[in-house]
Design a protein around this ligand. Sequence first.
Ligand code: AMP
Ligand code: GLY
Length: 432
Amino acid sequence: MRVLLVGGGGREHAIAEAIARSKREPQLYVAMSKKNPGIARLCKEFLLIKETDRAIVEFAVKNKIELAVIGPETPLAAGIPDALWDADIPVVGPRRLAAQIEFDKAWTRNFMKKYDIAGLPAFKVFRKGESGTDEYIDELGDVVIKPAGLTGGKGVKVMGDHFDIEGAKVYSREVLKNDDLVIEERLIGEEFTVQAFVDGSFLAFAPAVQDHKRAFDGDMGPNTGGMGSYNDAKDILPFMRESDYTGAKKIMGEAVMAIRKETGVPYQGILYGQFMATAKGISVIEFNARFGDPEAMNVIPLIENDFLDVCLAVVNGTLGKTKVTFKKQATVCKYAVPEGYPDDPVKDAVIEIGSAGDARVFYSSVYEKDGKVFTTGSRAIAVLGTADTIQDAAKIAQDGLSALKGRLYSRRDIGTEELIRKRIRHMEELRA
Ligand code: AMP
Ligand code: GLY
């Protein structure tokens, strides 16, 4: 089977491996912006191209692609799936109208309200140039400020973490010069992610995962794209209640049905729900229209089905008949990132990757030149430990990190017993 993958990060390396393991004799073609050495090794041919470039469709047609899988959000926002479907190539990745759920946060909050989807925090949308933000910030008191468009995870600012009430007002006015804006109530609790394959109406859910946004141990330092993530050997995380997971699944299912009603387009691809478990139950932080990075690396290797069978069920609308199952194992994924990341990262530094022992290695934002691997300034290499317990998986990942040489750093605490206990205590305190 001739398959196109769009994207060249750690998430896409995990997807490429899953495709390569298929029994459907996969011939993998990849469109990526830089030569990811892990992916390049697994594919028959790759094209170095911006992931939003329509020439990707010509590349697919020329190579008689039978199925396309989109990794990142930017091609979704650019309508690459629409153009591929128009060329009769089925796509795992929602069409532009359906992908709005990720790339327009103002649209999504209004959509949740219109369809009465649970987990909606207090919010207000302000259109570019509009006034009245100071009054709303005073009214809510504790706020999060979100530019409506895609900002690569860097646009959202949280009171307490990033600014005080005056700072929130200044930032709101600044964003409104160029973009629409959502101001919403700050939620307090523990975050978790649920990812699902979606075929237009049916959802096949992966186990819950928790990412770690902050750069340094103890959840200190600036927000990043995600320093690492873990899941347990069951569907829920140690701090979660079963009802948090079932509630999240229900919300995602309702969102999928409502998207079809609102846009006329079936949602076919991956839906990522990010939730906050709070004292009052779960709330939706955001939806993404793709796998998370790093969260993809936790769950994709656990899929027991042939990955391409699942992808075909997504595009054919037959997911309800395909039982998608995940191995009951814990995983811990840790990113090694360039020194100085995210604010002032070391770029174009050589790194060496030795034997990672029992850990699996995923290449992310690195490129290969003259047989050597270099950093780009973004998250470089992910290592994944898999075991029966989170702590054992964390040890394997930590040992795996020692195989990396170069100007990199990572978090030691992800998946450790101490941090897991802290998350449990936090939820117990909130629920008390
Ligand atoms: P997003 O880009 O929407 O994922 O937001 C980035 C981060 O901001 C999230 O991972 C949360 O940690 C935080 N965040 C977003 N919305 C809220 C909210 N309403 N309350 C508290 N934290 C939030
Ligand atoms: N790890 C967060 C994301 O992929 O959006």
